[in-house]
Ligand binder design. Structure first.
Ligand code: F6R
Length: 243
């Protein structure tokens, strides 16, 4: 694993954007795995800025896969991860919505949502570059502590801490869904390159546990230690607890 402590969150965003652009330049039909949440937003804004300035690669042929989706939100809800990734990245980059995939936990499809998503990932040839954030409890996607290291896409229950962390997107913790469909840790490990971004003091303890602690389901992000090509970009507050 390469851990790259950087001087600022802006630098994290620039280097992450460089990495994503390089993947698309190397393979114009790259399969990108996209995290949602706050952490990747500055990176996504940087990609959009470069695209609008005519500096970025063409995204016409890429395919995108989100990591996870809330269960129970009405279709088109602005905080659904499908709507979020369209608004924050893929629409501004001009990516056809048909090329943007996410778990579909709606209606009668909930029980099969995990298997169907795994099949979509396989059909696309797997993820070339997976952008990740880390939860303050060490979660990766929505694999909370205790998740199987070999897990595949499935339904999970959010912890109260994660629901509290995400209440800022919903106005109140009571409005945060209790369940999600998330890629498993085993699913994430299949991506060819993992790019974990960590910004802010709230991530320091979890990042140190993931990178320097034991490989354990108690810190799901520690699975990065198993991956042959994992990169971690951290700003100073997030890197503060690293040795
Ligand atoms: C989002 C996701 C989550 C977030 C994590 C950190 O798709 O899978 O694991 O990456 O909760 O969230 P932020 O970046 O909002 O601190």
């Amino acid at each position: 694993m390469e851990v790259v402590p950087l001087e600022s969150s802006d630098e994290v965003a620039r280097l992450a954007a460089d990495t994503i652009e390089a993947a698309v330049r190397a393979r114009p039909d790259a399969v990108l795995g996209l995290a949602t949440g706050s952490t990747p937003l500055p990176t996504y804004r940087e990609l959009i800025r470069r695209h609008q300035a005519g500096e970025g690669p063409s995204y016409e042929r890429v395919q995108c896969f989100t990591l996870d989706e809330y269960v129970g939100l009405p279709s088109g809800h602005p905080e659904s991860y499908r709507a979020t990734i369209a608004r924050e990245l893929t629409d501004p980059l001009g990516i056809d919505p048909a090329r943007v995939h996410g778990p579909d936990p709606t209606g009668a499809g909930l029980a099969s949502a995990g298997d169907r998503y795994e099949a979509e990932l396989v059909a696309a040839g797997g993820v070339d570059l997976q952008v990740l954030g880390i939860g303050s409890d060490g979660h990766l996607a929505f694999n909370e502590p205790g998740s199987s290291l070999a897990s595949l896409t499935r339904i999970k229950t959010l912890t109260e801490q994660t629901r509290r962390d995400n209440a800022r997107f919903f106005g109140s913790v009571d409005d945060v869904p209790r369940h999600v469909v998330t890629q498993g840790l085993g699913t994430i490990l299949r991506a060819r390159h993992l790019l974990l971004l960590a910004i802010g003091a709230g991530k320091a303890e979890a990042l140190a546990a993931a990178v320097e602690g034991p490989l354990t389901a108690s810190c799901p992000a520690s699975v990065l230690q198993l991956h042959p090509h994992a990169s971690v970009l951290a700003d100073p507050p997030a890197a503060a607890a690293l040795a």
